[in-house]
Design a protein around this ligand. Structure first.
Ligand SMILES: *[C@@H]1O[C@H](CO)[C@@H](O)[C@H](O)[C@H]1NC(C)=O
Ligand SMILES: *[C@@H]1O[C@H](CO)[C@@H](O)[C@H](O)[C@H]1NC(C)=O
Ligand SMILES: *[C@@H]1O[C@H](CO)[C@@H](O)[C@H](O)[C@H]1NC(C)=O
Ligand SMILES: *[C@@H]1O[C@H](CO)[C@@H](O)[C@H](O)[C@H]1NC(C)=O
Ligand SMILES: *[C@@H]1O[C@H](CO)[C@@H](O)[C@H](O)[C@H]1NC(C)=O
Length: 439
C-alpha cells in the first residue's frame, strides 16, 4: 500500500505529461540517468545558457482574488506557491481553480496580456538550473535534468558554467522585454566570469526566443559574447499542431480532463497563435484543417479564429507573426538538430463536431511525430545567408519528446561544446551502435 501511495501521483503525472508535450512541444522526462561519477568542476569549459521550451520552467503565483470560479478554490495565499506544475489541477474542481489562476486576460486595445485579476505570477530561478531540470518540487517531472547531469559529469557546474534562462512562456517575446534584457545581462556576466563567449541552447519554442533575442542584438555584440546557438527540435516554420490545440484542445488521453476543458487554458496563451504555421513559408494551398464546411490554409487564419469562436487569437497572431516570422538569420554559428523519419500530422480532418470534438482523421508527412520536417528543416535556409557556419543534424527516428535527453543528442552536444564544430548531417537512433562516430 505504501508503494501505491508513491506510484499513483507519478502515474497521474505521466498522463499529464502526455497531455502537455503534445499540445505545446516540450518534454518531460521521468527516466533518471545513472548516477554520475563526481567530477571536479572545470571552469575552462565554455559557458552554456539553456532556454527551455513552452511550459518548460516553473511558475509561481500569489493570489488575493476578488471573485472565485468555485467556492473550493483558494481566494488568498500569504506565500508564493507553485502554479506550474501544480498537482491540484488533476482534481475535478482543481482544474477550474488552476485555469483561473494561470489564465491571461488579453486586451485588444493595448495588445497586451495581463494576469487574471488578483493573481501575481513570477518566474523563479533565473540563472539557475533547478527550474528547468524538474518542474515540480517532488522531482517527478524531469525536463533538462538528464542533460544537466551529463554536462556536470564532464566538468560543468550547476548555476556556474551551466545556467537556465526561464521565462513566462505564456507570452511571446513582444510582451517579455524585461526577459530579453536579463538574458543579455546573464550572457555578459558569464562572459566576464569565465572569460569565454557563451553557447546558447534552445529547445522547441525556446529556439524562437533565442532567434528573436539574437536578431535584436548588434552583430558586434554577438561576435564578442556568443560562441554559438544549439537548437533542438525547433518548429522553425511553426507547428500544425497549434491549430488543433486552439480549435478542439488536446489532452492526449488523460481521463480526468476533457480536451475542451484544457482548451480554455490553451486559448489564453499568446504563444500558441505565435506558433501557427508561418504564412511566409508554407505552401499557400496546403490545407491545415479540413471540416465539412471549410478548408483552412495559412491564408485563412482570420476565418479560422472566427469559426472556432476565438477572435482574440487572430489579434494575438497579428501581434506575434512578425517576431520570427521571416526567420532572419541569427548571425552566430548554428547547430540545428531535429528528429525525422516519423509520421507527423500535417492536416487535421474534422467532422460536423468541429471545433468542439476531436479530429476524425489526419494526413501525415515526415517529422518527429509532433513537428513535421518541413518546419524543423527550415534552418537550412541560413546556410550561405550569414557569414557564420550553419550545421544541420537530422536524427533518424528520434521523437520530439526524446530530443533533450537522448544519449546520442547529449553526446553530440558535448562534442560541440568541446569545440569540434563539424557535425554529421545524419545520426540514426533506430539502430544500435553500428558506427559510433561520437563514442
Ligand atoms: C578542463 O577543460 C579543459 C578544456 O576542455 C581541458 O583542457 C583541461 O584539461 C580540463 N581540466 C581539468 C582539471 O579537467
Ligand atoms: C484595455 O485597455 C484600455 C487602455 O488601458 C482600457 O481603457 C480598457 O478598459 C481595457 N479593456 C479591458 C476589456 O480591460
Ligand atoms: C543552484 O541554485 C539553487 C537555488 O538557489 C540551489 O538550490 C542549488 O543548490 C544550486 N546548485 C549548486 C550546485 O550550487
Ligand atoms: C476541401 O478540400 C478537399 C480536397 O481538396 C475537397 O474535396 C473539399 O471539397 C474541400 N472542402 C470544402 C468545404 O471546400
Ligand atoms: C508585420 O509585417 C507586415 C509586413 O511587413 C506589416 O504590414 C505589419 O504591420 C507588421 N505587423 C506588426 C504588428 O508589426
Amino acid at each position: 500500500m505504501g508503494s501505491m501511495g508513491r506510484i499513483w501521483p507519478a502515474a497521474l503525472l505521466l498522463m499529464f505529461v502526455g497531455l502537455q508535450h503534445s499540445s505545446c512541444f516540450w518534454v518531460i522526462n521521468v527516466m533518471f540517468p545513472p548516477p554520475i561519477k563526481p567530477t571536479i568542476p572545470n571552469n575552462s569549459t565554455p559557458p552554456l545558457v539553456i532556454v527551455p521550451g513552452n511550459l518548460g520552467n516553473r511558475l509561481e503565483a500569489k493570489i488575493d482574488k476578488p471573485t472565485l470560479v468555485h467556492w473550493l478554490c483558494f481566494k488568498k495565499t500569504p506565500h508564493w506557491f507553485p502554479l506550474w506544475i501544480d498537482l491540484n489541477m488533476f482534481m475535478p474542481v482543481g482544474v477550474d481553480c488552476w485555469i483561473d489562476n494561470i489564465r491571461l486576460v488579453y486586451n485588444r486595445t493595448t495588445r497586451r496580456s495581463s494576469n487574471s485579476p488578483g493573481v501575481q505570477v513570477r518566474v523563479p530561478g533565473f540563472g539557475e538550473t533547478y527550474t528547468i531540470e524538474f518542474l515540480d518540487n517532488n522531482k517527478l517531472a524531469g525536463y533538462f535534468h538528464t542533460m544537466v547531469e551529463h554536462l556536470v559529469s564532464v566538468g560543468y557546474s550547476r548555476n556556474g558554467t551551466i545556467r537556465g534562462a526561464p521565462y513566462d512562456w505564456r507570452v511571446a517575446p513582444n510582451e517579455n522585454e524585461e526577459y530579453l534584457v536579463k538574458l543579455r545581462e546573464l550572457v555578459e556576466d558569464m562572459y566576464k566570469q569565465y572569460q569565454k563567449p557563451v553557447y546558447l541552447l534552445g529547445h522547441s519554442m525556446g529556439c524562437h526566443y533565442v532567434l528573436y533575442f539574437l536578431n535584436q542584438q548588434p552583430q558586434a555584440w554577438k561576435d564578442r559574447f556568443i560562441k554559438g546557438f544549439i537548437s533542438l527540435g525547433a518548429p522553425w516554420g511553426g507547428a500544425v499542431k497549434a491549430l488543433r490545440v486552439m480549435a478542439s484542445g488536446n489532452n492526449d488521453g488523460i481521463p480526468m480532463l476533457s480536451n475542451v476543458k484544457i482548451r480554455e487554458e490553451q486559448r489564453m496563451i499568446t504563444t500558441n497563435p505565435w506558433m501557427l504555421p508561418f504564412d511566409e513559408f508554407w505552401p499557400k494551398e496546403h490545407v491545415l484543417v479540413s471540416t465539412p464546411t471549410a478548408n483552412y490554409t495559412t491564408q485563412d487564419y482570420e476565418r479560422f479564429f472566427t469559426d472556432i469562436n476565438f477572435e482574440n487569437g487572430w489579434h494575438m497572431w497579428l501581434d506575434t507573426k512578425n517576431l520570427t516570422g521571416d526567420l532572419h538569420p541569427p548571425g552566430v554559428e548554428v547547430w540545428c538538430m531535429y528528429g525525422v523519419g516519423l509520421p507527423t500530422p500535417v492536416t487535421y480532418i474534422y467532422d460536423e463536431g468541429f471545433p468542439n470534438a476531436d479530429p476524425v482523421d489526419f494526413v501525415y508527412a515526415d517529422g518527429d511525430d509532433t513537428v513535421d520536417s518541413f518546419s524543423t528543416s527550415l534552418c537550412k535556409r541560413w546556410i550561405g545567408k550569414q557569414s557564420k557556419p550553419v550545421h544541420v543534424t537530422e536524427f533518424q527516428g528520434l521523437m520530439h519528446l526524446d530530443m533533450v535527453y537522448h544519449e546520442k543528442v547529449l553526446n553530440l552536444i558535448q562534442y560541440i561544446l568541446e569545440g569540434k564544430s563539424e557535425t554529421p548531417s545524419e545520426i540514426d537512433v533506430r539502430v544500435s551502435q553500428t558506427r559510433n562516430l561520437l563514442q
